[in-house]
Structure formats: C-alpha cells, structure tokens
Design a protein around this ligand. Sequence first.
Ligand SMILES: Nc1nc2c(ncn2[C@@H]2O[C@H](COP(=O)(O)OP(=O)(O)O)[C@@H](O)[C@H]2O)c(=O)[nH]1
Ligand SMILES: [Mg+2]
Length: 439
Amino acid sequence: MSDTIAAIATARGKGAIGVVKVSGPAASSIAAVITGSHLLPRQARYLSFKDLSGTPVDKGIALFFAGPDSYTGEDVLELQAHGNQFVLDQLLQVALAAGARHARPGEFTERAYLNNKLDLAQAEAVADLIESDSIEAARAAVRSLSGEFSNQVNDITNRLTELRVYIEAALDFAEEEIDFLRDETLTLKLLELDQIIKATLARAAEGRVLREGLNVVIAGEPNVGKSSLLNALSQQQTAIVTDIAGTTRDVLREHIVIDGLPIYLIDTAGIRESTDVVEQEGVRRAREQLHSADLILVIGVAGMQGKAEALFQQPDHSASKLFIYNKADLAPEAVHPDGLLVSAKTGRGIDLLKQSIKQHAGYRQSPEGAFMARRRHLRALEQTCEHVITARAQLMEYAAGELAAEELRAAQLQLGQITGEFSADDLLGEIFGKFCIGK
Ligand SMILES: Nc1nc2c(ncn2[C@@H]2O[C@H](COP(=O)(O)OP(=O)(O)O)[C@@H](O)[C@H]2O)c(=O)[nH]1
Ligand SMILES: [Mg+2]
C-alpha cells in the first residue's frame, strides 16, 4: 500500500470541531503543505491551516502520528478544524492536491486491520460502536473492540491446538493409540471446550440481538386483542382497535426499546379462514411475517382454552413462541400455566411480558456482559461447536483419532474466520464497505 488516503472524519453539519484525517506515506508532506511547519510525532500544535496558495483556511490543532504507532499503522495526520463543511472541504481539497486520494468507506480501519493493529472482529466492533443505538449496545461494542471477544476466540483456538497436538502425538504411537485416545482427560477437555464455546456463543448471541434487534410478531385469532397489545407495549395508538373481527389487515410495525434491547413489534391480521379478499391477503401477510420472526407472541383469551396454540403447531416456524392470554380483566380467576396472563386494557402483566420478551431473546443472561457480534460470528461459533461435538464422538465411540483431529482442524478454521485469520477478500470488501467514510 503505497498511496495516501484522506477523508473528513466527522459527521456533516455544523459543529464545534471537524476533523480531516490523512493516512499514508505522504501524510507528513501534506502536513507541511497545510501547516507550513514540520510536525513532531504526537505533539499537538495550534496553527494556521492554509491552502496551496497560502491563503488561510482555518486555525486549529494538527496532530501527527508516525507509523507504525498510529491507528492505521501508517503515518497519520489529523487536522482538527472548526466543524464547518466549507472549511473541511477546503482542507480535504488541499490534502488531495498535495498527494492524497479520497478514502473509501472504512479504509482507515481496513488498513489498521491489514497492518495487524486490530483483528477483524475488532474492526467490525468499530463500525458497530459508531452505529450503536443504546448504552448497552455501545458497551457490548467496546467490549469487542477492546479485544474481549477476540481473546475468548483465541483462547478456544489455543485449546483446540493443544488437543490436536495431543491426539496427533497419540497417532504416532500406534500400539498405545487406543488407550491414549480413550484417555479420560482428553474427553473431559473436549467437554470443557464445548462449554466454553457455548458460553462465548451466548454472549455473542446477546450482542447480535443488541445490534440487530428482535422481530417480535403478534399473532393469533381475530379479536383476541393483538392490536391492543401492540398499542399497550408501544404506548402509542398505532393500531385501530375495534370489536369487529378482521379489523387489522395491513402489517403494522412499532419500534420499542426494552432496557436497551431494540424490538420490532409486528401486529398482523388475525389468522382465520375468510371470504373477504382483503382479509385473505392480510392473513397471507401475517403468515409470511411468522417466517422472519425471532419470537412469536401467540395471543389467546384468558379463561378460554388455547385455540390459538393449535394455529401455531405447524412445524414451519422455527421461532420460539410465547403464549399470552389477554383480557385477564374479564377473567381474573383464569389460570394458564403455559403462558402469561395480561390485560391490554388495564395494563396488567405488560411489564412482565416485556421481561419475558427479553428473556426469550437470551438477553442479559450472561453476567460478564454481551459481546457485540454479527450473524457470521454466531454461525462460525455454532460450526465450531458442532465440530467439537463430532470430534468427541469420533474419539469416544470409534477411537478414530485421525477423524477427531480433522474435526478439530475444521473447528479452528471456523474460528479463524471470526478474527480474520482466514477470510476471503470478498468478505473484507463487504465488511469495510459498510463503514462510514473517514473511519
Ligand atoms: N376487556 C378487555 N378487552 C380488550 C382487551 N384487549 C382488547 N380488548 C377488546 O377486544 C376487541 C378486539 O381488540 P383488538 O386489539 O382489535 O383485537 P385484534 O383483532 O386481535 O387485533 C376490542 O373491542 C378491544 O377493546 C383487554 O385486555 N380487556
Ligand atoms: Mg388487530
């Protein structure tokens, strides 16, 4: 990488300060052009920023970091000017005229990754921190950014290596191989590993939900109070509520946040056979929503035995389900051990319902806190887990050391995708392409 990149790093708009960043071999000569001085590394200087003709553009603070001790690992210049678009545009233009080119989205962080300043999971956490929509999400992102998630992944990788070495050594001593491989410490270690992976997965899954939110679909028969529950949960009068069955036809959405957990509540048409074409379409859309749901709230009526359940016994919804019995105000004595009693009308049980939604999301389950993570991380961890389980079976059931070692190797490859040790170029393009410019 021999070229120099530049970008405005602060958000567009008017603000107290605005930052232009430059990274690459020309950073120090660009600094000399703009500031007219030779900047010493890591020494803040307050001076005039000038354009190529020497006309002052602004006054501000210039910071120079000499590579490899910088964010990107290259020479980096940071100009802190006033937060005005025209000022920043001019500074950027000078940098471009003096030898830089426009940075692509995420290119500073991509360079940091390529120069081993951070691994891929950390680089992704940078983008996730910037995108955080709650304190909880920001905390999880910082945890991943500071390497807690990666350390955990590396710990698992090291344990895998240790076990592989052990098994492969056993294979070299064929006579004692069987005893070696049936060794209890080996199977215990595999069991322990399995647990560590699952714990990591739980923390990552929590972070994934914090980042992407949870699709919660409210479903059930007509008139059970689905729309009323949407309104009660969101404390908005979004949905039209009447006692006429089949009122809701369109799919309605509300965004709510429960203790930092973003939830997309989706209200649907009541599921029943109907001759009305509009309602039929509503029911079709309701069924469609069920497929993208993370959680389905199956609504029934308190005191009535769950006809609703039967509607959702179809095997095609993999989402977990929570059974809710509404209108508890009309049947205060009702008992439903399989579900939650609520009243959209009086508000009874609504807080409990929110807590249950949170629990079902696996949220706030891990005392150490969530790792900001993405679906691809979860997939890799799940695959790792499967390989470890298969490895244990190969050893215990068949004493097949070679196959077990092969499984462990496959597990390591999966983990390497999280930290970017083994990642395809197109994956990198996809990850960094979603960053904002200037990061
Ligand atoms: N008593 C009582 N009535 C309710 C409650 N929730 C909804 N309803 C009434 O039940 C009827 C149907 O409600 P709606 O939310 O439109 O049901 P949906 O068809 O499932 O969306 C309306 O008349 C609501 O006022 C509740 O908790 N208690
Ligand atoms: Mg409705």
